[in-house]
Design a protein around this ligand. Structure first.
Ligand SMILES: C[S@@+](CC[C@H](N)C(=O)[O-])C[C@H]1O[C@@H](n2cnc3c(N)ncnc32)[C@H](O)[C@@H]1O
Ligand code: SF4
Length: 390
């Protein structure tokens, strides 16, 4: 079965520097490789049309250039990728086309050329609007740079502008997050993604943590900061439609929403993941090996997994409980959930709500989404058979 919503994700790995907390597939100082990389991306798009997994699916409803720092790429290269995607699979008229931008790359001409290439949604990696916090994060831009990037995006007239924020930054003074939120709301963005800093393995922050040189943010502080972000943004009229994502009416990120709610997507480029009904696969994460594979006419895939009925149910629950629409339970799942003592306690506490067969967590209760999902999955594993599974 082909999903009714199709997304294209294109990974652009080039970054001005590697931020000490970042574990994404990025390269620094390889700008001589951008043309070659874009050629490989276009070759992969052509190749995907004859791959048994993706085949002739199309047209795309959304396109997302993520990174890395896609805004480092020359706009004509972004245009070349979009032209190729349109020629091979089609891009629907009016599709949401997002590009992630680092404030250090803000430039009126560049932003204008991205718009002319078809980009209509910009996602700016602000992280904070307090210089001291940006320094703690090892960012190379200032709060003024972030505001300048935002103003340029507005002048250029992008349909929707997102700002990324990071909270729970070790050693950040309590007042700094409040200042960031206050300043951000003055800007009136359409969308805000707010993430708790995650200290990822094999990053400089992780090494510092192991050496005792990076303080922990304890669970209570983390929860307080998440509540602070949530309260201020929802009071200002933003809808928290996913645990980390807030939007003004009509400005949800359609690409991410579709990925979280079962839409199929094709991931092109370094380390990108693709998903179709029944299967997920992902690409090589080394730039040279990725480009060499495509030059040699070889698949850049590095792994895949079958998504059987059990895994599909798990993902439906994990992802659904993180969204404002929750998860629709099947009749057997509903019966098993209702006979579980632990789930009963959650329901009677009012933290979890059930309307007909739809189970939802909203507001501050999003904070327990993962724990509730784990409990529910365990209950269903025990009590409800899945078609096709022993
Ligand atoms: C893939 S990055 C691309 C954005 C762009 N390169 C930049 O940094 O400005 C997308 C977002 O992920 C978030 N992010 C990256 N690493 C993170 C981490 N370790 N913890 C929390 N958020 C993180 C940041 O908010 C970032 O803007
Ligand atoms: S956070 Fe953004 S700019 Fe920094 S290394 Fe990661 S992708 Fe690149």
């Amino acid at each position: 079965m082909v999903a009714d919503r199709l997304g294209l994700y294109v990974h652009i790995p080039f970054c001005p520097q590697r931020c000490p907390y970042c574990a994404f597939a990025v390269v620094t100082g390889r700008m001589d490789m951008t043309e070659g990389y874009v050629q490989a991306v276009c070759d992969e798009l052509v190749w995907s049309a004859s791959s048994p997994s993706w085949g002739n699916r199309g047209p795309f409803d959304t396109v997302f250039f993520g990174g890395g720092t896609p805004s480092r790429l020359a706009p004509k290269l972004i245009a070349r990728i979009l032209e190729t995607a349109n020629r091979i699979h089609g891009i629907r008229q009016g599709a949401e086309i997002t590009l992630e931008a680092n404030p250090t790359t803000a430039d009126a001409q560049r932003f204008g050329e991205f718009r002319d290439a078809g980009v209509n949604r910009l996602s700016i990696g602000m992280q904070s609007l307090v210089d001291e916090t940006l320094l703690l994060l090892g960012r190379t831009h200032s709060a003024a740079d972030a505001i300048h990037a935002y103003s340029l995006a507005r002048q250029i007239g992008f349909r929707s502008v997102n700002c990324d924020l990071i909270f729970s930054v070790p050693a950040e003074p309590a007042a700094a997050l409040a200042t960031t939120i206050e300043q951000l709301l003055v800007l009136e963005p359409d969308h805000i993604s707010a993430y708790a800093l995650s200290v990822e393995k094999d990053t400089p922050f992780h090494r510092r943590r192991l050496q005792g040189d990076l303080p922990e943010v304890d669970e209570d502080d983390d929860a307080t900061q998440f509540a602070q972000v949530r309260q201020h943004l929802t009071r200002a009229g933003f809808e928290q439609y996913e645990i980390s994502n807030f939007s003004r009416p009509g400005h949800r990120c359609a690409h991410n929403w579709d990925c979280w709610t079962g839409g199929e997507y094709l991931g092109i480029g370094l380390s990108s993941h693709s998903f179709v009904e029944g299967e997920r696969w992902w690409n090589l994460s080394d730039l040279d090996r990725y480009c060499q594979a495509l030059q040699g006419g070889v698949s850049p895939r590095s792994g895949s997994e079958a998504i059987g009925p059990r895994k599909k149910r798990e993902e439906r629950i994990w992802l659904g409980l993180r969204t404002c629409e929750g998860v629709e339970l099947e009749a057997g799942e509903l019966a098993a959930m209702q006979s579980s003592t632990q789930m009963g306690i959650l329901l009677s506490s009012g933290r979890l709500t059930l309307e007909r067969q739809r189970l939802r967590l909203v507001g501050e209760n999003f904070a327990i989404a993962d724990a509730v999902a784990a409990t529910l999955i365990e209950t269903l594993e025990r009590d409800v058979a899945v078609a096709g599974c022993p």
